[in-house]
Ligand binder design. Structure first.
Ligand code: FNR
Length: 180
């Protein structure tokens, strides 16, 4: 199955990006995960939504061609980062590729709470009429103190974290089959 993955951080060394690439590598036998570039999207402008910029259009097509969606995002000031909200605003008005897509959410932070507050907001946003993603119920991947979960080579090696992700990804695959 084909999955479109969206990372909510622009940072080169982003922990959330590392988690997304970990998921991409670990489950490559059963899921073909493609990272969607949202960092070059201009700020949303309703005047442009009829003919969206090329970067937006190509992301819309990637999502349309996928069987599911994966969000891996940090928490910024108790919500989702602006770059992610901007992308979702574009999608909600230009093609609505997220509508009906089975969706899984994960997030990592360096603090203890592991993006709890941003995920609550993200679930609410994904339920807006123009977005209408089918988010996997329960099964929330909150990864706190993420800086401690990697070895010196930058590999995610923490056993409990990997077991946790394995479990949710299994449920996500079932969710995709159920929703599709
Ligand atoms: C943060 N961070 C943060 N962490 C958190 O748990 N709750 C929060 O509200 C915030 N707010 C916040 C705002 C801004 C503007 C920044 C830059 C950071 C810290 C954040 O969890 C940490 O920087 C992560 O490492 C960001 O994710 P990436 O870029 O590593 O994926």
């Amino acid at each position: 199955m084909k999955i479109a993955a969206i990372v909510g951080s622009n940072r080169e060394d982003s922990y959330n990006k590392k988690v997304a690439t970990f998921i991409q590598d670990r489950y490559r036998d059963s899921m073909d995960i493609e990272l969607i570039n949202i960092r070059d999207f201009p700020l949303y402008n309703q005047d442009e939504e009829e003919v969206p910029p090329e970067t937006v259009q190509s992301a819309v097509e990637q999502i349309q061609n996928s069987d599911g969606l994966l969000f891996v995002t940090p928490e910024y000031n108790h919500s989702i980062p602006a770059v992610l909200k901007n992308a979702i605003d574009w999608f909600s008005r230009s093609g609505r590729p997220t509508a009906g897509k089975p969706t899984m959410i994960a997030g990592a932070s360096q603090g203890a709470l592991g993006t709890v507050r941003s995920q609550l907001h993200l679930r609410q946003i994904l339920n807006a009429p123009g977005v209408s993603a089918k988010v996997l119920p329960q099964n929330e991947i909150f990864l706190g103190t993420i800086q401690d979960k990697f070895d010196n080579n930058g590999n995610l090696t923490d056993r409990a974290t990997i077991d946790f992700i394995d479990n949710v990804v299994t449920n996500f695959k079932e969710w995709i089959n159920q929703v599709s």
